[in-house]
Design a protein around this ligand. Sequence first.
Ligand code: KIV
Length: 249
Amino acid sequence: MKQTLKQLQQLKGKRRISMLTAYNCPVARSIEQAGILTILVGDSVGMVEMGFSSTRDVTMEHMVYHIEAVRRGAPNTHIIGDLPHLTYENVDDAVANAKRIIAAGADSVKLEGPYFDAVKAIVNEGIEVVAHVGLTPQKATNFKKVGKSQAEAQQIIDESVELEKAGAGMIVIEHVPAELGEKLTQTLNIPTIGIGAGGETDGQVLVINDALGIGDYWPPFSKQYAHVSDTILKVATQYREEVETKQYP
Ligand code: KIV
């Protein structure tokens, strides 16, 4: 049954939280059937599904389209919808766009970086917020691990504490040293969801295309549970041959 972030917070220290991204209806349906607790309709959709070279090209319209599709496939799972790049630079935009993400079918919104006022304002409207620290692709110029120096790690810790104080109900930690993932998990009261942040966070998130092996590049910290692109190639090749030789239909 669909849970709120507040309910998911009760799992901290008791049960690991599973999260996968999804961008369309049939994949979301299978993810819900598997009992995954939370689905993230991430702006990673821009890179892994739409062929953009950055998540910065993703718009509100893209997010609304994909959230609506995922909701149709997963009516009973908590769905987090990403706020795209430059849609929460000021508090008014943040609130208006968060409302659009929720109206499309998400249960909470995620935003990247130390946008404390935006988090506060969205939470004041009764909308649950997931924060995102560490590597934040909307602003990053490369995809290298962050938080490796003492100073950088401390800044991420300080910002995460402030995001929790601002009202964030969960936090995604991307591509940081495992020790920092663990330290953040111990320091914060809200669940930490890691991606490339070691094994000691309260939960894990994977981009579904990485997990399925769709595409030709997967981050080194991700795991391929299947190689679906190989299967597509095999099926398409066999189909072409059968059409050309009249074996099909
Ligand atoms: O957009 C996304 O899929 C994300 C995950 C990588 C956490 O933000």
